[in-house]
Design a protein around this ligand. Structure first.
Ligand code: SF4
Ligand code: SF4
Length: 112
Protein backbone atom coordinates (compact mmCIF):
# COMPACT_ATOMS: atom_id res chain seq x y z
CA UNK A 1 0.00 0.00 0.00
CA UNK A 2 2.78 2.42 0.95
CA UNK A 3 4.41 1.76 -2.42
CA UNK A 4 1.21 2.79 -4.14
CA UNK A 5 1.08 6.01 -2.10
CA UNK A 6 4.70 6.76 -2.98
CA UNK A 7 3.98 6.12 -6.66
CA UNK A 8 1.00 8.47 -6.59
CA UNK A 9 2.99 11.16 -4.79
CA UNK A 10 5.78 10.96 -7.36
CA UNK A 11 3.31 11.81 -10.12
CA UNK A 12 3.20 15.34 -8.76
CA UNK A 13 6.90 15.78 -8.12
CA UNK A 14 9.35 17.39 -10.50
CA UNK A 15 11.66 14.86 -12.21
CA UNK A 16 15.19 14.50 -10.82
CA UNK A 17 16.67 14.11 -14.28
CA UNK A 18 17.61 17.05 -16.46
CA UNK A 19 16.90 17.56 -20.12
CA UNK A 20 20.57 17.62 -21.10
CA UNK A 21 21.94 19.22 -23.28
CA UNK A 22 19.17 21.81 -23.17
CA UNK A 23 19.35 22.03 -19.39
CA UNK A 24 22.92 22.03 -18.19
CA UNK A 25 24.18 21.33 -14.73
CA UNK A 26 26.77 23.82 -13.56
CA UNK A 27 29.76 21.83 -12.32
CA UNK A 28 31.06 22.61 -8.86
CA UNK A 29 34.12 24.82 -8.47
CA UNK A 30 36.56 21.95 -7.93
CA UNK A 31 35.23 19.77 -10.78
CA UNK A 32 38.02 18.62 -13.11
CA UNK A 33 37.35 18.52 -16.83
CA UNK A 34 39.23 19.66 -19.90
CA UNK A 35 42.97 20.31 -19.51
CA UNK A 36 44.34 23.60 -20.72
CA UNK A 37 48.00 23.78 -21.60
CA UNK A 38 49.80 27.10 -21.91
CA UNK A 39 53.02 26.37 -23.87
CA UNK A 40 54.44 29.84 -23.30
CA UNK A 41 54.53 29.19 -19.53
CA UNK A 42 56.08 25.73 -19.79
CA UNK A 43 59.73 25.32 -18.72
CA UNK A 44 60.03 21.76 -20.03
CA UNK A 45 60.65 20.08 -16.66
CA UNK A 46 58.57 16.98 -17.60
CA UNK A 47 57.08 16.68 -14.13
CA UNK A 48 53.58 16.37 -15.60
CA UNK A 49 54.66 13.39 -17.70
CA UNK A 50 56.52 11.74 -14.83
CA UNK A 51 53.61 11.97 -12.39
CA UNK A 52 50.70 11.12 -14.69
CA UNK A 53 49.46 7.76 -13.37
CA UNK A 54 48.13 6.54 -16.71
CA UNK A 55 50.68 7.85 -19.21
CA UNK A 56 48.28 10.36 -20.74
CA UNK A 57 50.97 13.04 -20.95
CA UNK A 58 53.42 12.71 -23.83
CA UNK A 59 56.19 15.25 -23.62
CA UNK A 60 57.69 16.11 -27.01
CA UNK A 61 59.69 19.22 -26.26
CA UNK A 62 59.37 22.37 -24.21
CA UNK A 63 56.09 23.94 -25.26
CA UNK A 64 54.88 20.80 -27.04
CA UNK A 65 53.04 18.25 -24.96
CA UNK A 66 50.26 15.90 -26.01
CA UNK A 67 47.53 15.25 -23.46
CA UNK A 68 45.40 12.22 -24.27
CA UNK A 69 41.99 12.85 -22.78
CA UNK A 70 40.92 9.43 -24.04
CA UNK A 71 42.89 7.79 -21.24
CA UNK A 72 43.19 10.66 -18.76
CA UNK A 73 41.46 9.94 -15.46
CA UNK A 74 41.24 13.64 -14.58
CA UNK A 75 43.17 13.17 -11.37
CA UNK A 76 44.69 16.65 -11.55
CA UNK A 77 48.21 15.43 -10.76
CA UNK A 78 49.79 17.11 -13.81
CA UNK A 79 48.39 20.46 -12.71
CA UNK A 80 49.46 19.94 -9.10
CA UNK A 81 53.09 19.12 -9.93
CA UNK A 82 53.57 21.81 -12.58
CA UNK A 83 56.05 24.19 -10.92
CA UNK A 84 55.46 27.36 -12.95
CA UNK A 85 53.62 30.38 -11.64
CA UNK A 86 51.11 30.81 -13.14
CA UNK A 87 50.84 27.10 -13.96
CA UNK A 88 51.32 25.90 -17.50
CA UNK A 89 48.54 23.38 -16.92
CA UNK A 90 45.11 24.45 -15.85
CA UNK A 91 42.24 22.01 -15.53
CA UNK A 92 38.95 23.65 -16.30
CA UNK A 93 35.48 22.53 -15.33
CA UNK A 94 34.42 22.01 -18.96
CA UNK A 95 33.21 18.43 -19.36
CA UNK A 96 31.81 18.58 -22.89
CA UNK A 97 34.58 17.07 -24.96
CA UNK A 98 33.35 13.58 -25.77
CA UNK A 99 34.08 12.09 -29.18
CA UNK A 100 33.60 8.75 -30.89
CA UNK A 101 37.05 9.14 -32.42
CA UNK A 102 39.82 8.47 -29.87
CA UNK A 103 42.35 10.41 -31.94
CA UNK A 104 40.30 13.55 -31.54
CA UNK A 105 40.74 13.34 -27.78
CA UNK A 106 44.48 13.96 -28.03
CA UNK A 107 45.36 17.60 -27.64
CA UNK A 108 41.97 18.94 -26.93
CA UNK A 109 43.89 21.06 -24.54
CA UNK A 110 44.58 24.20 -26.47
CA UNK A 111 43.88 27.43 -24.71
CA UNK A 112 40.41 28.60 -25.77
S1 SF4 B 1 44.77 14.81 -15.04
FE1 SF4 B 1 45.87 13.01 -14.22
S2 SF4 B 1 45.51 11.40 -15.71
FE2 SF4 B 1 44.98 13.31 -16.72
S3 SF4 B 1 46.82 13.95 -17.80
FE3 SF4 B 1 46.86 14.95 -15.79
S4 SF4 B 1 48.02 13.55 -14.48
FE4 SF4 B 1 47.42 12.38 -16.30
S1 SF4 C 1 55.09 20.25 -15.43
FE1 SF4 C 1 54.46 22.21 -16.29
S2 SF4 C 1 56.38 23.26 -16.78
FE2 SF4 C 1 56.88 21.10 -16.48
S3 SF4 C 1 56.80 20.21 -18.57
FE3 SF4 C 1 54.78 19.93 -17.63
S4 SF4 C 1 53.61 21.72 -18.29
FE4 SF4 C 1 55.75 22.19 -18.64
Amino acid sequence: MSILIEALKSLFKKPFTRMYPKEKLKPCKRFRGRINYYPERCIGCRMCERYCPVGAVKFKEKGKIDFDLGICVLCGMCQDVCPTKPKAINIRNDFEFSSSDKKKLVNLTKKQ
